[in-house]
Design a protein around this ligand. Structure first.
Ligand code: PMP
Length: 408
């Protein structure tokens, strides 16, 4: 039973009352790309700009110290959100993409990484979890999947070689909404003494994350997908791993001492945070976590799963509809995203026509071209849900799709 007061939650997001083309109330179903921001987040940031702003860590003056306190309090807020052991394990980045690039680049520079190093990824990965490794000089070994996105765990076991440096897999697919078997993936990686990175871009906004219980070595997330500001994300890394990895970027704050001959590096997590951080966005991210926890992650998840089930029920009733990642014979349900194809209506036409009715969805390959190739398609139309979406909006999506269908 859903006990959330969605109307009062929606009131905290002014954008949700916009009319699209001055006509249709917005139905925002592009949340897997980015979520909207509640007043609490935006106002905390403007408040900090207006009243506190000063560069962090480097100043003796009042404002700089206050800004530093807010920035470090945000790090502690993220630590509790992920249940990391220490704030030394919380590195602020620009988002999941930068978090993965950080690990890829630093790992490639680590002593002992010799010729032809390999990374194990899955067939479900976002380009950020593919290209970052390629750029850093790693060969990718790919866990195959079945047609519903289920990973072949037997094949996974056979991908490990003496050249395997790391496993990097998504927690939840941004295309299929499939949850990967992370605890098995972690256990098997560790049986081979290989560390594992979890791409949490699509999981952290929707479920409780406990990095200690997951026992992953790295975890990446993006603030903007969880009601937080753009341009801020997190890399969690076990202290033992962050200690071993060389720095990513060079600059201010990441050093202990610098001379023209030799430089020594700062303690964790600052060793990985070169330059002025987006200290206003870290406050915004902390307030986004307050927002989520004020509602309760369990309640949020129950609401979103209810919406997804309802959407699957409504959409699968439309003749010619195919929903990826949904299998009625096994009962497999997607999590939070519905990628669909209706007959031979091109996904771009579908998305464009939905937009004309005020409904925002995403179309295309969703930055997962290898997955598209595996599925033998060029793209899909994707509706993705957040806390503020409603069954009424799902009904509007379903009737808009029916209307579009009748046009073809
Ligand atoms: N991984 C997954 C699974 C994603 O869905 C996304 C964003 N679509 C990313 C990584 C990259 O996130 P960002 O663009 O915020 O860095």
């Amino acid at each position: 039973m859903n006990t959330l007061d969605i109307n009062s939650i929606r009131e905290q997001f002014p954008i949700l009352s916009r009319k699209i083309y001055d006509k249709y109330p917005l139905v925002y179903l592009d949340n897997a790309a980015t979520t909207q921001k509640p007043r609490l987040v935006v106002e905390s940031m403007s408040e900090e700009y207006y009243n506190v702003n000063a560069n962090v860590h480097r100043g003796v003056h009042f404002l700089s110290q206050q800004a530093t306190d807010l920035h470090e309090a945000a790090r502690e807020r993220v630590r509790t959100f992920l249940n990391a052991r220490s704030t030394s394990e919380i590195v602020f980045t620009r988002g999941t993409t930068e978090s993965i690039n950080l690990v890829a680049t630093s790992l490639s520079r680590m002593k002992g990484i010799a010729g032809n190093p390999e990374i194990i990824v899955s067939s479900l990965e976002h380009h950020s979890n593919i290209v970052s490794w390629q750029l850093a000089g790693f060969r990718l070994c790919v866990i195959p999947m079945d047609d519903d996105g289920g990973l072949d765990m037997e094949a996974y076991r056979h991908l490990f070689t003496e050249r395997t440096c790391l496993v990097s897999v998504t927690h939840v697919s941004n295309v299929l909404g499939v949850e990967t078997p992370v605890s098995d993936l972690v256990r098997i990686a560790h049986e081979h003494n290989v560390p594992i990175l979890i791409d949490g871009a699509q999981s952290a906004p929707h479920r409780t994350i406990d990095v200690q219980a997951l026992d992953c070595d790295f975890f990446a997330l993006s603030g903007h997908k969880m009601y937080g500001p753009t341009g801020i994300g997190v890399l969690y890394g076990k202290e033992t791993w962050l200690d071993r990895l060389p720095p990513y970027m060079g600059g201010g704050e990441m050093i202990k001492n610098v001379s023209f001959e030799h430089t020594t590096f700062n303690a964790l997590p600052y060793k990985f945070e070169a330059g002025t951080p987006d200290y206003i966005a870290t406050t915004g991210l902390a307030r986004a976590i307050d927002f989520i926890e004020g509602i309760g992650m369990d309640a949020l998840r129950a609401h979103e799963e209810d919406l997804t089930r309802y959407a699957v029920e409504r959409l699968s009733g439309i003749e010619g509809m195919h929903i990826y990642g949904y299998n009625p014979s096994t009962g497999q349900m997607p999590h939070g995203v519905i990628s669909f194809q209706l007959g031979n209506i091109h996904h771009l036409d579908m998305g464009t026509l939905l937009d004309r009715l005020g409904i925002a969805v995403r179309t295309g390959h969703h930055c997962a071209e290898p997955l598209m190739h595996r599925l033998g398609i060029e793209g899909t139309c994707r509706a993705s849900f957040a806390l503020y979406n409603t069954r009424d909006e799902v009904d509007r999506l379903a009737s808009a799709i029916e209307r579009i269908k009748s046009m073809f």
